[in-house]
Ligand binder design. Structure first.
Ligand code: TEU
Length: 533
């Protein structure tokens, strides 16, 4: 039976930086051959879709988000044939494939930029990018990579002009006022979607257009463009999902759904840091408030829920006081802050406290929307703060306690980065092989909770009703859907909490519950209230 057009509502996504997952070629660098080899593991997690990070030819100065050729695979990741085999095997295992459409900017090494800098001003070639004779235009546009950039303009000697870049200065922004850029983007879309890709994440999508007198984010022109892109994809590749990476406040983030005619999905960025705030304060309020302040979305749209990803834990969408609280609470190590965020993984952020880790993952798999699990968080991987930029949360997957953590057969020391080897999270103790046979391991716990989630379409499709338990440590809500209704109660405090619950069946124990129940410290419960366990 063909998947429904809105398959993404039932999906459980797994995020994989290909470089970090498995080295198939034996060069110390993860690749498609290795990833394809390990797809059985991914499928056995119970996830239903795999999101792979950029793998296109790139100088890798921003880990592939600096693309030099959109129509090929970087040789370190393999070949187009390896990519096809990956997609084929993923589909065989029932996994949807989501790739990256990084179209806000290219690498300066991209032939488009090399041609533009040499082309006369005002030509189509030149205007593939945004140029200016001064570096003073668009002063209200904030700098995103505050640790490495002090301007969004960079001087180009060859062009004799400044070019616009919202991220690194080696990532010049494309000029969407140039129709030739639109045409080039559609060629990229055709190239990859014709190879069976099921979804595309639109990287840094709020920044496509820039205008004088604005902060260069969320402009109406950007939304108009997304409507045309969506129209094209729906017409030529029905069932393909567009996922916005719009790191914005709720009222701006919902706009990326349009009237159901822009992106199918968008990440709920403001929710993520508030899960960490709630657990640190033992109080549901930060989560309850941000979701109460999140407008309704079109029926065909879906929020993407995450607790961590390949970037720093971004604190762009919190208040100054909340940001200070987050840095005080979670970034005591002076190496932890990066740009406007914290470059740590889930397990270290929770100090390895399994109760807290499981509460965060429990909410990941039960908050309204579709969950995105970051590779390695299913086994409780740590991070390495001595690595540059965000590389500390992109270390080799820890398959076992053999050399290189089973990630590669090259001599030790020849990996793109060393596997975590510290006391608490070292690969000698935190690895798939050790957890596989242990029914109480985090790995098997994650498998169980994903399996339970998938039995209840209400998690991805249900209409949510929020409750206000007297104990503010408790977040409680009901998700109602034709197939059944689930009730969720989660305790953010380090003490037991009592909560009133509807009559039903505890999804994990299978036992009937009614009246009220006591949540363990950082505990949560899922109750099926249609009598279906
Ligand atoms: O990040 C873009 C983005 O919006 C950032 O705000 C992001 O949330 C975070 O702060 C960046 O670390 C995307 C990618 O996720 C990131 O890895 C790339 O470096 C960036 O775009 C540029 O392509």
């Amino acid at each position: 039976m063909p998947a429904p057009l809105d398959w993404y509502k039932d999906a459980v996504f797994y995020e994989v930086p290909i470089r970090s997952f498995m080295d198939g070629s034996g060069d110390g660098f993860g690749d498609f051959a290795g990833l394809t080899e390990r797809l059985d593991y991914v499928a056995a997690l119970g996830v239903t879709a795999i999101w792979v990070l950029p793998f296109y030819p790139s100088p890798l100065r921003d880990d592939g988000y600096d693309i030099a050729d959109y129509h090929a695979v970087d040789e370190r990741y393999g070949t187009l044939e390896d990519f096809r085999r990956f997609v084929e095997r993923a589909h065989e295992l029932g996994l949807k494939v989501v790739t990256e459409l990084v179209i806000n900017h290219t690498s300066i090494d991209h032939p488009w930029f090399q041609r533009a800098r040499r082309a006369p001003a005002g030509t189509i070639e030149r205007d593939f990018y945004v140029w200016s004779d001064t570096d003073e235009r668009f002063p209200d546009a904030r700098i995103i990579f505050t640790f490495s950039e002090d301007s969004n303009w960079a001087w180009d000697e060859v062009a004799g002009a400044y070019y616009w870049h919202r991220f690194f200065s080696h990532q010049p922004d494309l000029n969407y006022d140039n129709p030739a850029v639109h045409a080039a983007v559609l060629e990229i879309v055709d190239f990859w979607l014709s190879m069976g890709v099921d979804g595309m994440r639109l990287d840094a999508v709020p920044y496509l257009y820039v205008r004088d007198g604005t902060n260069g984010e969320n402009l109406p022109e950007t939304h108009a463009y997304l409507k045309t892109l969506r129209g094209y994809v729906d017409q030529h590749y029905p069932g393909t999902m567009l996922l916005a990476e719009a790191n914005q406040w709720p009222e701006d983030a919902v706009a990326y759904f349009g009237d159901g005619d822009e992106c199918h999905m968008n990440f709920h960025f403001p929710l993520m840091p508030r899960l960490y705030m709630a657990i640190a304060r033992g109080d549901r309020t930060p989560v309850r408030e941000i979701l109460a302040g999140t407008p309704e979305i079109p029926d065909s749209s879906q929020w993407g829920i995450f607790v961590r990803n390949h970037d720093e834990l971004t604190l762009e969408m919190v208040t100054d006081d909340e940001r200070a609280f987050m840095f005080d609470t979670y970034a005591q190590d002076p190496r932890a802050p990066l740009n406007v965020g914290i470059r740590r993984r889930l397990a270290p952020l929770m100090n390895g406290d399994h109760r807290k880790i499981r509460l965060m993952l429990g909410l990941l798999f039960s908050l309204p929307g579709s969950p995105f699990l970051y590779y390695g968080d299913e086994i409780g991987m740590g991070d390495e703060l001595d690595l540059p930029d965000r590389d500390g949360v992109r270390t080799p997957m820890q398959w076992d306690d053999s050399p290189n953590a089973g990630f590669s057969r090259v001599p030790e020391g020849e990996l793109y980065a060393p596997p975590i080897a510290d006391e608490q999270f070292g690969y000698d103790r935190v690895n798939v092989a050790a957890q596989q046979p242990d029914p109480d391991s985090q790995l098997n716990w994650v498998r169980r909770i994903i399996a339970e989630r998938r039995k209840h379409p209400a998690f991805g499709r249900g209409k949510v009703d929020w409750f206000e338990p007297a104990d503010e440590a408790v977040l409680a809500y009901r998700l109602a859907h034709g197939t059944g209704t689930v009730f969720v109660a989660a305790n953010f405090a380090d003490r037991p909490a009592i909560v009133d619950v509807p009559d039903g069946v505890d999804v994990f124990s299978g036992r009937r519950v009614s009246g009220s129940l006591t949540l363990d410290p950082y505990g949560f419960r899922w109750i099926s209230i249609t009598g279906r366990a």
